[in-house]
Design a protein around this ligand. Structure first.
Ligand code: ADP
Ligand code: ADP
Length: 218
């Protein structure tokens, strides 16, 4: 059995690109007190700073492929050493491959996997309309979550949020990430891991409510 520095348990937010993981993570992080760890945000920060790791990851991200497991596992292992991770964390966009999940099971205890289900045709609309506030990190959508008028001018669109790259990202999701849902379902049958499956097609508020209700039942 692996030993952990702390038995505090973590939560995974799982779903396709654009499912609403980042949007929901903010609320779940507030209600559980667990810090949000988004590998996508960490990678984008490394790309912007021009670090070696960022330069290595950049091409994969821009073409919609997954960044190699060794890079991601290195990032996560370092992040989990920070003091704020000692009571468990909320993983957003990690793990994305079975190799990442296997490594995670060696270094942290996961109590809950929240799976947000959204069909591919909705994903494209969500991703193409996504806009980010570079000052606060807030996530908006031109139609589904419009930003206040006074900040619209400073919003940015992620370089990989275009229709062509979305197709590659969805492909990577179906090939490499989706099999993880079976992997975690199997694990939940032989452990106390809890799987919460949520219909992600409702409004942002409806999805938050479904997650909140399910988390309360624990
Ligand atoms: P992910 O982190 O899974 O990639 P985001 O949270 O960034 O997804 O959401 C992707 C886009 O979809 C954003 O523009 C966000 O505002 C929007 N969005 C999130 N949840 C919903 C929802 N339930 N209905 C409609 N749009 C949503
Ligand atoms: P989204 O959920 O909207 O696809 P993310 O911000 O989570 O966006 O990820 C953006 C990109 O960063 C991914 O397309 C991939 O290239 C890379 N990435 C993020 N997390 C991982 C991960 N756990 N494993 C491999 N690549 C990752």
């Amino acid at each position: 059995m692996p030993t952990f520095s702390s038995q505090a348990s973590s939560i995974i937010l799982f779903g396709p690109p654009g499912a609403g993981k980042g949007t929901q993570a903010v609320k779940i992080s507030q209600s559980t007190g667990k810090p949000q760890i988004s590998t996508g945000d960490m990678l984008r920060e490394a790309v912007n700073r021009g670090t070696d790791l960022g330069n290595e990851a950049k091409g994969y991200m821009e073409s919609g492929q997954l960044v190699p497991d060794s890079i991601i596992i290195g990032l996560i292992s370092e992040r989990l050493k920070q003091p704020d991770a000692s009571d468990g964390v909320l993983f957003d966009g990690f793990p994305r491959t079975i190799a990442q999940a296997e490594e995670l099971s060696r270094i942290a205890k996961v109590s809950t996997v929240i799976m947000i289900q959204v069909p591919d045709e909705d994903i494209v609309k969500r991703i193409v309309g996504r806009r980010m506030d570079p000052e606060t990190g807030d996530i908006f959508h031109v139609k589904f979550r419009p930003a206040p008028e006074e900040i619209v001018a400073r919003l940015i669109q992620r370089k990989d949020d275009n229709e062509e790259t979305v197709r590659s990202r969805l492909n990577a999701y179906h090939q490499q990430t989706k099999p993880l849902s079976e992997w975690y379902s199997g694990l939940s049958e032989r452990s106390d891991l809890r799987i919460i499956s949520v219909d992600g097609r409702g409004s942002i508020v409806q999805v938050s409510e479904s997650i909140r209700r399910e988390l309360e039942v624990s």
